[in-house]
Design a binder for this molecule. Structure first.
Ligand SMILES: Nc1ncnc2c1ncn2[C@@H]1O[C@H](COP(=O)(O)OP(=O)(O)OP(=O)(O)O)[C@@H](O)[C@H]1O
Ligand SMILES: [Mg+2]
Length: 409
């Protein structure tokens, strides 16, 4: 959480001029063009669209500043009906007074507007566009929804791209310099990459990580990404545990970037916290053990088509194991001791499987290889790519096994 005493860095370093908006040159050019077109009476409206935190809203404000225009901002709730807009805007839209400043009307985040006739938010907006004397700029995450069809015909569509991570990196660097934050270049770049094109998210992450110490290290960023992964898996657990509808549960793991072994550990750790009735818990464990069984078969025999069953048991199966939902909030926890055991075990197994392959080719025992050969060979994998490639071929090692040797200390 951001502390109240510190103003958000996104506010503090929000671009003041169009030039300070990075990585959106094309969109900004199109926006300037649109304004010219508007002045020539050609295009009434523009829709800026693209992912969150890519600079849409801030582009409108800086552009207005540069053209000495005032921004009149409307939001979705002003569009419940046409009368309401009239009362918000008054006559400002229809007649241009000689003395007042020129305006841009910004309708931010139109995604939420209703397209239904009876509520008519979009109709009201479209009507406003026809009547307005001022340029109307809308922002949207997805303007291609059918409901915007008639509005789109009147508007210039301007795309804001997912920001390239180097553009975000540049913004972060600038902030670090101004805020006297020391950083490891790698750490800051990773932070920029992790934001997935969302500059606002990147700046917020930077603020959270450097709130207490004015320093950013690789370690901090790693912790953050672990935390994010945990958040997505916890969201999935909520879906599985808090619904009895299998069709909702079944999609819950779609965005979770963890393998099924780890997901099972999470479920195992948290199931008893959620399912208080013994019968529910028993049914849930039954599904969990079935999933585990199928998962092992996949590993052993490469029966990949079993994957859908594993997923179904873990999501829909566990969800319908309860007769009814348990009310209230449950604080889900990462799996503790078992996860560590499992990790150690995986490490051990990988080492063993590599050693077995080498032992077979060199006619020695696996334990000999583990003791004498591996410590030496792993250094070759770390230092000499070319030799490493040859050894990989000779011993028939998987890419994963090679990577494991390179990282093994
Ligand atoms: N291209 C950019 N260059 C520099 N800073 C940016 C850029 N894009 C976003 N930012 C930073 O992120 C903040 C949020 O940007 P903005 O509000 O314009 O995003 P948005 O595209 O409107 O997102 P949303 O769709 O969530 O409304 C800005 O205040 C600014 O600090
Ligand atoms: Mg915005």
């Amino acid at each position: 959480m951001l502390q109240e005493s510190n103003p958000p860095l996104t506010k503090k370093y929000q671009p003041k001029t169009v030039k300070e908006i990075l990585g959106q040159e094309k969109a900004l050019r199109e926006l300037q063009l649109y304004l010219k077109d508007f002045q020539k009476g050609r295009r009434k409206a523009a829709i800026l669209y693209g992912p969150p935190g890519s600079g849409k809203t801030i582009a409108v404000y800086t552009l207005a500043q540069e053209h000495n225009l005032e921004v009149l901002e409307l939001n979705a709730s002003d569009f419940r009906n046409a009368d309401q807009i009239e009362s918000v805007l008054g006559s400002a839209v229809k007649q241009r007074s000689l003395f007042s400043k020129g305006k841009i009307i910004l309708v931010d985040e139109i995604d939420g507007l209703s397209g239904k006739q009876d509520r008519g938010g979009i109709q009201a907006l479209t009507k406003l566009v026809s009547e307005s004397r001022f340029p109307i700029i809308c922002t949207a995450n997805n303007p291609f929804d059918q409901k915007f069809a008639s509005l789109r015909k009147k508007a210039a569509l301007i795309e804001f791209q997912h920001l390239h991570y180097l553009a975000i990196y540049q913004v972060l660097q600038h902030i670090c310099k101004k805020e006297h934050i020391q950083y490891e270049e790698d750490a800051l770049k990773t932070l920029a990459r992790m934001a997935g094109g969302d500059c606002r998210a990147a700046i917020n992450d930077l603020q959270i990580l450097t709130e207490r110490k004015k320093k950013l290290e690789k370690r901090d960023v790693e912790l953050l990404s672990q935390r994010e992964q945990q958040e997505t898996i916890i969201q999935a657990l909520v879906k599985i545990f808090k619904t009895t509808d299998p069709s909702i549960a079944i999609a819950s793991l779609n965005n979770v970037d963890e393998d099924y072994d780890r997901i099972m550990l999470w479920l195992d750790e948290n199931m008893p916290k959620e399912y208080k009735k013994t019968e529910d818990l028993a049914r849930a464990y039954d599904y969990l053990s079935k999933a585990d069984m199928f998962n092992r078969r996949i590993r052993r025999w490469q029966h990949w088509r079993f994957l859908v069953y594993v997923n179904a048991f873990l999501t829909a199966g566990i969800a319908v194991s309860k007769k009814e939902k348990y009310p209230g909030f449950t604080g889900y926890q990462p799996p503790g001791r078992i996860l560590k055991l499992w990790q150690a075990n995986m490490k051990y197994q990988k080492r063993k499987s590599i050693a077995e392959k080498i032992a077979a080719k060199t006619h020695t025992s696996t334990s000999r290889v583990i003791q004498d050969t591996l410590p030496y060979i792993k250094e070759i994998f770390k230092k000499d790519k070319e030799q490493g490639r040859k050894l990989q071929e000779e011993f028939d090692l998987e890419q994963e096994e090679v990577e494991w040797m390179q990282e093994w200390r």
